[in-house]
Design a protein around this ligand. Sequence first.
Ligand SMILES: Nc1ncnc2c1ncn2[C@@H]1O[C@H](COP(=O)(O)OP(=O)(O)OP(=O)(O)O)[C@@H](O)[C@H]1O
Length: 636
Amino acid sequence: VCARIRNKSNNKEESCIKVINDTTIHLTPGDSKLTECQFSRVFDSNVSQKRLFDCVAQTMVDDLVRGKNGLLFTYGVTSSGKTYTMTGSLEEPGFLPRCLDMLFNSITAVQASKYVFVPDGMNGFHVQSEADALLEKQERDILPQLTPKTPNKIESAATFSFRNINVHYKEKNINPECRYSVFVSYVEIYNDYVYDLLGDVQLDPFNRPKPPQSKRLREDKNKNMFVYGVSQVEVASTEEAFAAFQQGQERRRIAHTQLNAESSRSHSILNIRLVQAPLDPLGEDLLQERSLICASQLSLVDLAGSERMARTGAGGERSREAGNINSSLMTLRRCLEQLRENQKNGSSDMVKYRNSKLTHLFKSYFEGHGKVKMVVCLNPNMAEYDENIHVVQFAEMAQQVEVARSEDFKVDTESIKRKAMEAKVKAEEERRKQHTAMKQLNKEASGGCLASPDYSLGQPFPNLEVMDYADNETVPGLISMLEHRIGRMNAIKKRVSRYGEIFRSNLSSCTQHEQSVQQQLKDCEADLANKTKELNKLDRQVKKLESKNQVLTRTTQVFEKEKKQLQDQLSDAEAMLKSSQSDSRRLEMKMKGAVANTKAHVEKECEKRVRTVQTEMQEKMWVKDERLRQLKNIIS
Ligand SMILES: Nc1ncnc2c1ncn2[C@@H]1O[C@H](COP(=O)(O)OP(=O)(O)OP(=O)(O)O)[C@@H](O)[C@H]1O
């Protein structure tokens, strides 16, 4: 567990963290209170991205190449520099691009052709022949053009050229007798659901992207947890891998808009998987034996901000998010605590990994199937003191957990080499044997051994006549001549039988050779038949797609026509609407004028009537007053 302290947001403000040495920091809220924390390594705000990579992540790439798994995660509160450390920028690349760069630099000379390794859907891989891989490549190159499925094309890999990765590390443990391929998958855990960020986007009937579907976690035959059905994209360079990552980021942004989420409230996990398999004894094709294929992975995890519920000040949906993050990080904490307890007491109490997707996914790492490293990011602002205390407490506890070391993947190159040598020697011996036999036969045939004089039994019989029984010259001469003839005959017999043997052995080796050629021919014919079948299938698919394409083109034309008609209708309707609007405006003006006139007229009329009534009333009052006065006079 390492700590990285980021720079202060305001230089004038006092810092709550003081770096004492390479492994110790002091945390203080400003007064005399002081908490000391130990880490395996402390990096202050001046540390460069490169140095951090050298010290923390480089060995994890070494392990990846040796066939070992690794988990590297950043932990800390929001804005403490987790994403900066993990991903960085094009100018200041973080762990992720640097790991990819080192990996591709290391395997560049021994990279397998694309699509030779095929994911089997259960976290494993199998190997297919170069020819099948080529066929698949052609299919993939052609089919997407015919079926434009989703609007999620991977951004051009050339877009990403990282500055400051000029280190070009190379891992020395690359086995030249193996071939390697890299796959990436990218998932996020949000509200305890796992989403695939590199899968095809499903569209709704209105051609809008559908909200993402959650994935399940499963265990493979090696007891490693994996996201079932997750997309694994094969990448051939750092740029291609980063382009896939960027596509995932974009998908994440869209999904967050759909789910009304905030990116800092989800955990994101990029898995870099390195697959390797040895070459056959002749060093030509990859061996297809499953047991010889090794797939190792490096999981780079950017955890959600670790602040506590009260700090988030959230309500409603946000409070549920905060709760889920807290619960997943809390489960992580509990699991690590239980592991520590088990290790301390030698007990084997159950660790409840299943309580959250995060811990469930990384269960295998904590059980010793790989190396785990954590970079704790700390923000030195005084306001973060309380949160920092919780973060370092977690880190200190995590440091006490020991994860068992996993074993290197070793290809038995010695036995493969031995086999190769044996096969070579045998083939060479066979060739030499045949060659000598042929040479011998030719030599003997052309060197006159088989020519007629060699088959002769010697001088022809002289004309002999024995006249005297005491002839001591003729009979012994005849006897020696006959003995010589018998010797010649035996030698010829011996030679003929040797020729017969050589001929028979040549015939048998020729027959064997012919049989093996016949077998090869049969294999080739079967292969050809398969290929022809596949080709026919592809041909049919192409035809089907072409006819679909035609139908779609026609439908598009019909729709285009309808669209044009509808557009015409729309513009007519708009024109009508405009004219009726201006009519109604005119009518409104007219009505307003009429209303004003009528109002003025009515007001005038009213005033007139009021005045008349007033006059009448005044006259009546005057008459009444007059009568009252007269009445008063009469009374008085
Ligand atoms: N060590 C650093 N040096 C320079 N800038 C940094 C450093 N750490 C973080 N920053 C900057 O601070 C800002 C916030 O950092 P970042 O996004 O990495 O935080 P975070 O912890 O990932 O936050 P969140 O939890 O919201 O994802 C970014 O603009 C980043 O560039």
